[in-house]
Unconditional design. Structure first.
Length: 356
């Protein structure tokens, strides 16, 4: 059994990034027609695309619910980049529910959130997350958190299920060895000496920090699991502030080069239900909010930015357009946590039969 696992047969409901929004998840499951055990009267199966945790009010509750549904046999799930960060004990923005060193800074941005402080609970969370695959596939569909990149998927096929953290660390060590040869750490230290502010300080825009850029691109070059969970990246023309951090690399719309027949569903990319979909990288420029993407029109992003709700609530900003979504397959319709349903558009291939 590898990190690339089979999708179950039959009709599916593919749920986007949840980011600790337990109430939204419970509402969505109700609107989709699932009972408390994850059973559906039409024998549908839930599929979770990862990023269960961070930023929202109840990450432990989300993990507990997803784990219960998966272990009941009524759902399947893959890990996203936020699960990888947790497994590697690499605290990032919004992870104060799990990591003490993030607690003070996250409380100012995300108000109150449930914390996982019980040792047994934390061990259970890490065991469950480390046992998740990184992609699911069958003849008519592929599901992955960020990018279906053939060469890196093939590498992941050779990695045993349950080794996500160990394999990620292995590839990061290789990247670190190359970074040492390129003196990236020394160059980053020099940049920090001339730019003393935190990269999470949105009030102070840094100059372009080339070593910080090189560090991120170096890891993406060597680590196939980073590509699958974070996507393909490239150097950006100038710094931009996203995800509460100044960044020097931008995500690539890899779907514009995806030429295979099999449709792919991803999360990760913070899509919007608003007519003008804006991201710093312009990933969805020209695409309608519910459109399939890419050169073949067969890639769909099901992340509709519910992960931004917590910060919006903290600062009193509008957040009705930030939703938790599920893509129904093979119907190719969207259901949101408010109960609204929308048809997706511009799927350029004929409808596919449900796998037997």
């Amino acid at each position: 059994m590898s990190l690339i696992q089979p999708l179950p047969p039959g009709p599916l409901d593919i749920v986007g990034d949840i980011h600790g929004e337990l109430s939204a998840l419970q509402d969505l499951l109700h609107h989709l027609g699932y009972d408390d055990s994850g059973r559906h009267p039409q024998a549908r199966t839930l599929v979770f695309v990862g990023d269960f945790v961070d930023r929202g009010p109840d990450s432990p509750g989300v993990v507990d619910l997803v784990q219960r549904l998966v272990e009941s046999g009524n759902a399947c799930a893959i890990a996203g980049n936020h699960e990888i960060n947790l497994l590697r004990h690499d605290p990032k923005d919004g992870a104060g529910w799990y990591f003490e060193e993030r607690l003070a800074s996250d409380t100012t941005k995300y108000s109150q959130f449930a914390r996982a402080t019980n040792t047994l609970q934390r061990a259970r969370i890490e065991t469950f997350l480390n046992g998740l695959p990184l992609a699911l596939e069958r003849a008519d569909l592929r599901v992955i958190h960020a990018a279906w990149h053939g060469p890196d998927v093939d590498k992941a096929r050779a990695m045993p299920l349950g080794t996500a953290r160990a394999e990620y660390d292995h590839w990061e060590a290789q990247a670190a060895a190359v970074a040492q040869q390129r003196s990236i750490a020394e160059r980053m230290a020099a940049e920090k000496s001339i730019w003393p502010y935190s990269l999470e300080d949105g009030e102070h825009c840094p100059p372009f920090l080339q070593a910080h850029c090189d560090n991120e691109l170096n890891k993406a070059l060597f680590n196939p699991l980073k590509v699958l969970t974070c996507g393909l990246e490239r150097q950006t023309p100038e710094p931009f502030f996203a995800g509460n951090k100044w960044r020097f690399v931008e995500r690539m719309a890899w779907w514009n080069s995806y030429a295979e027949d099999t449709p792919v569903v991803v999360g990760h990319y913070w899509r919007s239900t608003l007519p003008a979909q804006t991201t710093h990288e312009g990933l969805f420029r020209g695409a309608a909010p519910f459109a399939w993407l890419g050169r073949r029109g067969n890639v769909f992003c099901v992340d509709y930015s519910v992960g931004a709700r917590a910060q919006a609530r903290t600062f009193g900003r509008p957040h009705a357009h930030m939703k938790l979504a599920a893509l129904r397959w093979p119907e190719r319709s969207l259901v949101f946590d408010d109960g609204s349903t929308h048809a997706t558009t511009s799927f350029m291939r004929p409808a596919l039969a449900v796998a037997a």
